[in-house]
Design a protein around this ligand. Structure first.
Ligand SMILES: NC(=O)c1ccc[n+]([C@@H]2O[C@H](COP(=O)([O-])OP(=O)(O)OC[C@H]3O[C@@H](n4cnc5c(N)ncnc54)[C@H](OP(=O)(O)O)[C@@H]3O)[C@@H](O)[C@H]2O)c1
Length: 243
C-alpha cells in the first residue's frame, strides 16, 4: 500500500519506536496523528516531520482515558477526513515478582498496553472500514506471545492479550472480506528509554540489541506491503542474550 497522502494514527509517538515510526511515516508521505502524554515531545516530532516536508498532528492523549482516545481519533478524522492506518505502540514495563507487584501496577500495564490498544482500535476501525482498505498494527513483544520471564507477569499477560486481540481482529476482517491488514510486530530487546523508566535491573548492550529504527523499518514494511498477510506476525530478535 502506498503511504502517499494516507492518514496514520500512532500511539506512543513521543519517544522510541513510536517516534521513529512517526518520522518514517511522515517521510513516506503519510499525514501522521501523534498520540502520547508528553506534548512537548510530540511537538518536537511534529516539527521534525514538517522539516522533512510532511504533516504531523499533535494530540496529547493518555491512552488509558477513553474520552481522550475517542477525541484524538475523531480529531484526526475531522482534520483529514479519513484514517487509513493505526499503529498501537504505547507501552511501559513494570518488572516485579507477582507477590510484590501492586494491583495498581498490574492495572497500569494492562490499561496502557491492552485496553489502550483496544480503545484506539475500537474508535479507529469504523473510519478504516469505511475506506474498505487500510492497516492496523500492534507492537507487542517476544515477551508475552512467545516467551515469558520472571518478574514480567503483567507485561507478558498484557502483550499476550494484545496478540490475541490482533488475531481475533484478523478473523473478523477476514469474514468481512475487506483489504485491511492486521500486523503484530514482536521485537526482542530494543535500546530505548523504556528500560530507564522500567528501572530494569539487567543490562542492555546497545551494540547487540535492536534499535527503534529497526522496529520502525519493520512496521513500515508491513504497512506498505502489497500483501499484508505476509506480515501478519513479524518477530525481530536482537543478539543480546537471551533475546
Ligand atoms: N524497548 C524494548 O525492548 C521493547 C521490546 C519489545 C516491545 N516493546 C514495546 O514497544 C513499545 C514502545 O516502547 P519503546 O521501547 O519505544 O519505549 P518508550 O520510548 O518508553 O516509548 C513508550 C511510549 O509509550 C507512551 N505511553 C506510555 N504510557 C502512555 C499512556 N498512558 N498514554 C499514551 N502514551 C503512553 C510514551 O509516551 P508518553 O510518556 O509521552 O505518554 C512513549 O511514547 C511498547 O509497547 C513496548 O512494550 C519495547
Amino acid at each position: 500500500m502506498s503511504l502517499e497522502n494516507k492518514v496514520a494514527v500512532v500511539t506512543g509517538a513521543s519517544s522510541g519506536i513510536g517516534k521513529e515510526t512517526a518520522l518514517k511515516l511522515g517521510r513516506a508521505g503519510a499525514k501522521v496523528a501523534l498520540l502520547a502524554r508528553r506534548e512537548e515531545k510530540l511537538k518536537a516530532v511534529a516539527s521534525q516531520i514538517e522539516d522533512n516536508g510532511g504533516e504531523g498532528l499533535v494530540l496529547k492523549t493518555d491512552v488509558t482515558d477513553e474520552s481522550q482516545v475517542r477525541s484524538a481519533i475523531e480529531r484526526t478524522a475531522g482534520t483529514y477526513s479519513r484514517i487509513d492506518i493505526l499503529v498501537n505502540i504505547a507501552g511501559l514495563g513494570i518488572f516485579k515478582p507477582v507477590e510484590k507487584m501492586s494491583i495498581d501496577e498490574w492495572n497500569k500495564q494492562v490499561d496502557v498496553m491492552l485496553t489502550g490498544a483496544f480503545m484506539a482500535t475500537h474508535y479507529a476501525l469504523p473510519h478504516i472500514y469505511r475506506l474498505k482498505k487500510g492497516r492496523v498494527l500492534f507492537v507487542t513483544s517476544l515477551w508475552g506471545p512467545v516467551k515469558t520471564a520472571a518478574d514480567c507477569s503483567a507485561y507478558n499477560a498484557a502483550k499476550a492479550g494484545v496478540s490475541a486481540l490482533a488475531s481475533a481482529l484478523r478473523e473478523e476482517i477476514r469474514e468481512k472480506a475487506l483489504e485491511v491488514g492486521v500486523s503484530e510486530i514482536r521485537p526482542g530487546t530494543v535500546a530505548t528509554e523504556f528500560f530507564d523508566k522500567a528501572e530494569y535491573k539487567g543490562s542492555v548492550n546497545p551494540d547487540r540489541v535492536l534499535h527503534a529504527e529497526d522496529v520502525a523499518d519493520a512496521i513500515l514494511e508491513a504497512i506498505s506491503s502489497r500483501n499484508p498477510i505476509a506480515h501478519n506476525v513479524v518477530e525481530l530478535e536482537g543478539t543480546n542474550p537471551p533475546y
